[in-house]
Design a protein around this ligand. Structure first.
Ligand code: SAM
Length: 276
């Protein structure tokens, strides 16, 4: 019997191959939030998003020659920065064929096709052998997973003992007001998300799936500016957005993006842990 998963891989691909292409053309090749040191920090999107990648690289602590799994690789930009910085080999996975093709093209163009490869694979059910990676990161991909515990269990399986894990993710922060719930529901309904995780859920799921030494930080204060900056960026592509989804939906997406930036119930988490 096949059990339907929600969101299905094709639901995620529809988002990234649809509105995601427009958001990407406005935002840049890092398909993730930016990190700003404080309110006075006026770093550009490029600097702020690369800064978050550098935090992930530091948290992962991978050494030259090691093999790293990139769970939810986007178009491979963070993975290529990891390869350049740490001298590791990366295997990136995504459920968008379009992204996989773009990522492999970018790696080849950068002369890194032998160090970074990207393939279509569902993180819920990976075919990699047990213990075949030294480290793994899930860079803003966990919010899409139908079952985060199952993905953590899969990552634990393919990591060798002692292998490090780094995650950043969009999360829910309680208590949730009725206004906050509307914003969180909008995220789930429009971005192929079943439910957002919480710090508490992550603590329990990491422990239950073979991870120790977890360090979890709520970095919402540094990252939530992303939504307002992204709304400004996507506004410049409004015509393309309207052509794809219609005027009403485009207005709704942009309005909720701005609302998300000032909704404390929508947050952002950074964590590292070690496979026992
Ligand atoms: C917000 S993007 C982040 C992309 C990339 N990590 C980056 O930072 O640029 C989320 C990524 O997770 C991937 N993803 C979502 N669900 C997935 C699944 N079940 N298996 C593999 N990848 C998945 C999407 O295809 C997309 O590439």
């Amino acid at each position: 019997m096949t059990i339907e998963q929600s969101p299905a891989p094709s639901d995620v691909a529809d988002v990234y191959d649809g509105i995601g292409q427009i958001y990407g053309s406005a935002w840049g090749p890092n398909y993730h939030y930016g990190y700003w040191d404080d309110d006075a920090d006026d770093s550009s999107i490029e600097v702020a998003t690369d800064r978050l990648t550098d935090m992930m690289i530091a948290g992962l602590g991978a050494q030259a020659g090691q093999r790293v799994l990139d769970v939810g690789c986007g178009i491979g930009h963070p993975a290529l920065r990891l390869v350049r910085t740490s001298g590791v080999n990366v295997v990136g996975i995504s459920v968008s064929h379009v992204q996989v093709a773009q990522a492999n093209e970018l790696a080849a163009a950068a002369g890194l096709g032998d160090k970074a490869t990207f393939q279509f694979t569902d993180a819920m059910d990976m075919s990699f052998p047990d213990g075949s990676f030294d480290a793994a990161w899930a860079f803003e991909s966990m919010w899409h997973m139908p079952d985060r515990g199952q993905v953590l269990s899969e990552i634990a399986r393919v990591l060798r003992p002692g292998g490090r894990l780094a995650i950043v993710d969009v999360i829910e922060r309680g208590p949730v007001s009725p206004e906050g719930r509307k914003v969180l529901d909008h995220v789930c309904e429009n971005y192929a998300v079943k439910s957002l995780g919480t710090v508490d859920e992550y603590e329990k799921a990491l422990a239950a799936n073979g991870f120790v030494d977890a360090e979890i930080r709520d970095i919402s204060a540094n990252c939530n500016r992303t939504l307002a900056v992204m709304a400004d960026a996507v506004e410049t592509k409004r015509d393309e957005l309207v052509a794809l989804v219609g005027e009403e939906q485009a207005d709704s997406l942009l309005a909720f993006m701005r609302l998300s930036a000032v909704t404390p119930e929508q947050g952002y988490l950074y964590l590292t842990a070690v496979r026992a």
